[in-house]
Design a protein around this ligand. Structure first.
Ligand code: ADP
Ligand code: ZN
Ligand code: ZN
Length: 752
């Protein structure tokens, strides 16, 4: 073949054709990377997508400069999956390429360098006799240190003449022998030892012993069998199991079966905060067979996992966040999507704005793998898909060893305020429960979905809240640093003492953040140890892990946190879970608000009383009559589902209609407004009532950019790909109009 169509990491959607130099023609295959020049001066790394003999007529092609890989990075099936991502989520091939490959493999960062470590070996092949002689000589000599070092080497290398000696790292050797490096130098000069460099892995290896899988309980065994049964004629099964029913245990048995068939498993998690607890748990069964993969890995670490996945013996199990769906699996048998209802599976920015759950289902289909979705609070979409028979469905309705589900009690803040019986932000009920629980040596989780000290600072004179300069949103007061911070763009300023609108000095602090709760707990329960886990205190993976570990080891009595503490964590001594303020959760202006509120509350509640005694959950709210609470209290997913589905159907929302959000933005408010207006008008002519908007999104100004949204809703019978084509054409035409070059228009398919 003489020509290659490449995917390049650029913002335009098409493939780019280059010619293949003669000498490359026998070595080039689809799925390899190569270097090409682009425009007048740039060099890019591209991925070869098609090979052909058709010379483009419109322009003169440039030759490929250099071929990077000796074998394809991706199989045709996976390339097709990447194509699907860009088509379905309406982004460029380049965007999907960027999501799929670590930056250093795309040439955008320092290239991958293997990590080298100094090791020590014998300077030559000693015979047994020579070795003994050397040992004697050293012991007679004057240097005790040299003898010590030599013996330490023999020990560490476990030298025997039947097998290759073990690899001995220089650092380990010097540490064990407890001598300086000059001693090692002396033995090297005497031609006894030798230092050499060895390529080592950056990915920590599992060192411990593995154990057998736990025996499944009767109901778990039933669920396990039923899943296998349903996999016979369904590609996807939803495991709906209450919190702490042992879904993870069921997964381990399915993983084990898949490995036995010689196939790979991808275990997806919505959030990397959860990986450590789970990694430990899975490694105790599967040891070195498991690797972790997520965005907190350095680019170099990611390349290592990539290379290993491509090698002849790839990792059998990958535990990862959403980006792991792009790893080069060559023999995938099962994808587990844990906590499938989680919105963090959807990538918000940058493009591709893909939903890892939905994309994983497509990947599984293409690679011939099965998919298991797991949740205690399934998404309406997945529940609907199992109801209509598209997915299989298995239930686990009891907690493991029949621990009762926690008792959920509402605490009426309105009433408590009237009676003046609140202690700071705590109702008498929550306060007493915490007190009793502390006395029994139990632990407590307190949940508040807002970090910082207070939600906002308001001017009492003109009533205006203090807003971010760059976004249309209130600043959050952080007491410890005495700063006002914008949680959207990160803008930070010192606490203000004057209203920027009216210069009044009467500013007051409102709302309740995690930091303020921490302060109140310290006052109300001075003897307890209290910690906070949110983005401010646990910005890094290590800090998260430390807090979780400390809580597990009961070094912390009361843990206060945001969303971070609501999910998946498995603690065994929590007797009380408090939701500080549920009002803000149920009043979120979004068609999914109720579904989300149910999920969030049920998940937080699920952290209570996972072993032994029944746990207690106290939800503080001023709206105790709201029906959502009765669903949560009675663990009545079905009723919540029934009413939600009815509403979604009536108001034409997913899962009955598909949604595409069209996001228009510009630094200039009036150009953003006018472009959105014109676009909506044109789209209405094409799509009729399926188009609504333009309107201001919840955040209409972020980072000095002004946003407008237009929504397209498409009925199930219509062709979604045709709709997308029309949409793209219309938008491209608009972009080419005069004066619209500063406008950015993006798509968000299946917005969450
Ligand atoms: P889920 O994922 O459904 O929330 P987990 O799998 O975390 O539930 O199980 C809850 C707890 O019960 C875990 O600590 C787990 O080790 C334990 N457990 C569940 N099933 C078994 C079993 N068959 N044998 C031993 N322990 C189990
Ligand atoms: Zn004012
Ligand atoms: Zn801001």
């Amino acid at each position: 073949m003489k020509f290659a169509d490449l995917i390049l990491p650029v913002a335009v959607g098409d493939l780019y054709t280059y010619s293949i130099p003669q000498e490359m023609q026998s070595k080039i295959f689809i799925g390899m990377r190569c270097k090409v020049s682009f425009g007048p001066s740039k060099t890019y790394i591209g991925l070869i997508r098609h090979l052909h003999d058709e010379e483009p007529k419109e322009y003169k092609v440039k030759p490929i400069k250099e071929l990077i890989d000796e074998s394809p990075l991706y199989s045709e099936k996976q390339l097709k999956f990447n194509d699907w991502i860009s088509q379905y989520y309406m982004c460029t091939y380049g965007d999907a390429f960027k999501a799929a490959l670590p930056a250093s493999m795309r040439g955008e960062e320092e290239t991958y360098k293997p990590k080298l470590e100094k090791c020590v070996r014998l300077a030559k092949d000693f015979s047994e006799e020579e070795l003994a002689q050397t040992s004697d000589k050293l012991s007679l000599g004057r240097s005790r240190a040299q003898e010590k070092l030599f013996l330490a080497y023999l020990n560490l290398s476990q030298i025997s003449f039947q097998e290759k000696p073990k690899e001995v790292k220089q650092n380990d050797l010097l540490r064990v022998a407890n001598v300086s490096s000059s001693v090692l130098k002396a033995l090297c000069n005497k031609k006894i030892l030798q230092v050499y460099s060895e390529e080592v892995s950056r990915i920590p290896k599992f060192e411990g012993e593995t154990q057998d899988l736990y025996k499944l309980s009767e109901s778990q065994e039933e669920a396990y069998k039923s899943i296998k049964n349903q996999f016979e004629d369904k590609d996807t099964v939803l495991l709906y199991g209450v919190t702490s029913s042992g879904k993870t245990e069921v997964y381990t048995h399915l993983i084990n079966d898949t490995l036995k068939e010689g196939k790979q498993v991808l275990y997806l998690l919505p959030e990397i905060a959860l990986t450590s607890q789970l990694t430990e748990r899975l490694q105790s069964f599967f040891g070195k067979d498991l690797t972790v993969y997520h965005s907190k890995f350095s680019s170099q670490e990611r390349v290592e996992v990539w290379k290993k996945m491509q090698s002849k013996n790839p990792y059998p199990i990958v535990l990862g966040a959403r980006s792991s769906i792009f790893l080069p699996f060559n023999n995938l048998g099962l994808i587990i999507i844990d906590e499938e209802h989680e919105t963090s599976y959807k990538q918000q920015s940058p493009a591709p704005r893909y939903h890892a759950r939905d994309a994983a289902l497509v990947l599984a289909k293409r690679l011939g793998a099965k998919c298991l979705l797991g949740s205690a609070t399934p998404s309406i979409e997945s529940a609907h898909n199992s109801q209509t028979g598209k997915y299989g469905m298995v239930k686990l309705e009891k907690r493991y060893s029949n621990v009762e589900l926690p008792e959920i009690i509402l605490a009426d803040t309105l009433e408590a305020r009237k009676r003046n019986s609140m202690k700071a932000s705590f109702t008498p009920l929550l306060y007493t429960s915490i007190k009793e629980s502390l006395e029994k040596g139990k632990q407590i989780l307190l949940f508040q979905n807002r970090r910082g000290y207070a939600s906002f600072v308001k001017c009492d004179s003109c009533g205006e809240p203090l807003k971010c300069k760059h976004c249309d949103i209130s600043l959050t007061y952080h007491k410890f640093s005495n700063k006002l911070i914008c949680h959207h763009c990160g803008f930070t300023q010192d606490m203000a003492h004057q209203c920027p609108n009216c210069d009044s000095n009467e500013l007051s602090i409102h709302g309740l953040g995690t930091e303020k709760i921490e302060e109140q707990v310290a006052k109300l329960f001075p003897k307890s140890v209290c910690k906070r886990m949110d983005l401010d205190t646990a910005g890094t993976k290590n800090k998260i892990d430390t807090i979780i570990e400390d809580f597990q080891n009961h070094k912390i009595d009361i843990l206060i946190g945001t969303q971070m503490i609501s999910k998946g964590l498995d603690f065994d001594n929590v007797s009380v879970v408090g939701v500080m303020n549920a009002d803000s959760i149920i009043n979120f202006p979004d068609f999914r608000a109720y579904e989300r509120a149910y999920q969030l509350l049920a998940q937080v509640a699920g952290r209570a009383g996972r072993r032994g005694e029944r746990g207690k959950v106290i939800i503080q709210t001023s709206e105790i009559e709201n029906p959502i609470f009765s669903y949560v209290i009675n663990n009545d997913f079905n009723r919540m589902y029934y009413y939600q589905v009815k509403e979604r159907k009536e108001f034409v929302y997913p899962p009955f209609y598909r949604m595409i959000e069209i996001i228009v933005s510009s630094k200039n408010e009036s150009s953003s407004n006018s472009a959105a207006k014109v676009l909506a008008l044109q789209l209405k002519q094409l799509f009729g009532i399926r188009i609504s908007g333009p309107f201001d999104p919840l955040l209409h100004k972020v980072n000095n950019k002004y946003y407008k949204h237009i929504i397209l809703k498409i009925e199930p019978q219509a062709s979604i790909s045709k709709a997308k084509r029309i949409l793209l054409d219309t938008v491209n035409n608009l972009k080419h109009q005069k004066g619209r070059s500063q406008i950015s228009i993006r798509f968000n398919v299946d917005p969450q």
